[in-house]
Design a binder for this molecule. Structure first.
Ligand SMILES: C[S@@+](CC[C@H](N)C(=O)[O-])C[C@H]1O[C@@H](n2cnc3c(N)ncnc32)[C@H](O)[C@@H]1O
Length: 294
């Protein structure tokens, strides 16, 4: 009898070099765990491993293994990704949330906490799966109202679905409103804190992007044309200047080679206290600043 365990062992051994190259850190156990999730198996992992292959719907297993051999990111195959302790639905309309961005959330929580306000108004630009806004909402102790925007209708659909699925993890003092908006154009009012992980790779930097990222993740989430780049950010910083309250602060994720430029453009737009902050790998990753009076 061929069991799930045997099948995964055989598949792993046969395609080991491809799998290791395309899925850093992958192990046989990961295949078994993901397959178990896809099959919605209700008993123990040990039982699942011993389950005869014929008792699992064939098309689900075939699809899983054939997608793996295309190099499609595991998160798009399984339809979910873990971020800041929560499970987010993802599909090819949204970026797979990254560990650098978990650090952005960590730093955002620190900034918000240090503001010592009873009520926080927070804006997020480019929410994608909703990972940042929802993680903030789930972890802020202060009463808060978050407006999270994206230019993509499809991405907003994913963000809203994640919000309703994760609502049970979000305290009553946190609220999120999702809106379709080009940067801050449709946002109303002002905020204490603005956070964003916008598209930040210049089209000329595309050759440095990992093949799987370039092939499968939405280009709207990743790239800006070189010709458009400067104007896109200048307009964004001008909008930020207008929406920040006088004590307001912002934190934006960016490309290590472009943050110096972003720092200059943000200063030109009148923003103050600009600094470039590193990620956990020691790379320049974030631009921090505030309203000039902040
Ligand atoms: C790098 S992804 C970040 C997604 C998510 N916040 C995260 O950190 O995983 C950038 C997001 O910005 C959105 N976006 C691109 N251009 C935009 C624009 N002009 N205005 C608002 N959102 C935009 C994309 O659709 C994408 O969801």
């Amino acid at each position: 009898m061929n069991s799930i365990q045997n099948l995964c062992d055989q598949f792993f051994e046969r395609h080991k070099s491809f799998l290791v190259e395309n899925y850093p850190g992958i192990r046989k156990e990961v295949l078994i765990r993901e397959l178990e999730g896809l099959c919605d198996f209700r008993y123990s992992r040990e039982d699942f491993k011993k389950t005869p292959v014929y008792s699992i719907p064939e098309n689900q297993m075939d699809q899983f293994f054939s997608k793996l051999l295309t190099g499609m990111p595991l998160e798009y195959i399984t339809g979910y990704s873990h971020f800041y302790g929560l499970e987010f639905e993802v599909n090819d309309h949204v970026l797979i949330p990254r560990s650098e961005t978990e650090f952005l959330v960590e730093k955002s929580l620190e900034i918000c906490h240090k503001m010592k306000k009873d009520q926080l108004d927070i804006f997020e630009v480019g929410t994608g799966s909703g990972a940042i806004a929802i993680s903030l909402a789930a972890n802020l102790n202060e009463k808060n109202s978050i407006t999270a925007g994206d230019i993509s209708t499809e991405a907003l659909g994913v963000a809203k679905s994640n919000y309703s699925k994760l609502l049970y993890q979000i305290p009553e003092h946190s609220q999120i409103k999702f809106i379709e908006s080009d940067r801050l154009t449709k946002f109303e009012g002002q905020c204490d804190f603005l956070v964003s992980n916008p598209p930040y790779i210049k089209s000329s930097q595309r050759s440095g992007v990992h093949k799987a990222v370039d092939s499968y993740e939405p280009h709207l989430a990743l790239y800006l044309d070189d010709e458009q780049y400067r104007q896109w950010y200048i307009h964004f910083f001008e909008q930020i200047f207008k929406v920040l309250k006088s004590t307001g602060q912002f934190l934006i994720e960016g490309h290590e080679n472009n943050l110096e430029q972003l720092a200059n453009w943000s200063k030109d737009a009148g923003l103050g206290n600009i600094s470039i902050e590193k990620d956990l790998c020691g790379k320049d990753r974030f631009l921090k600043g505030s309203h000039p009076n902040g």
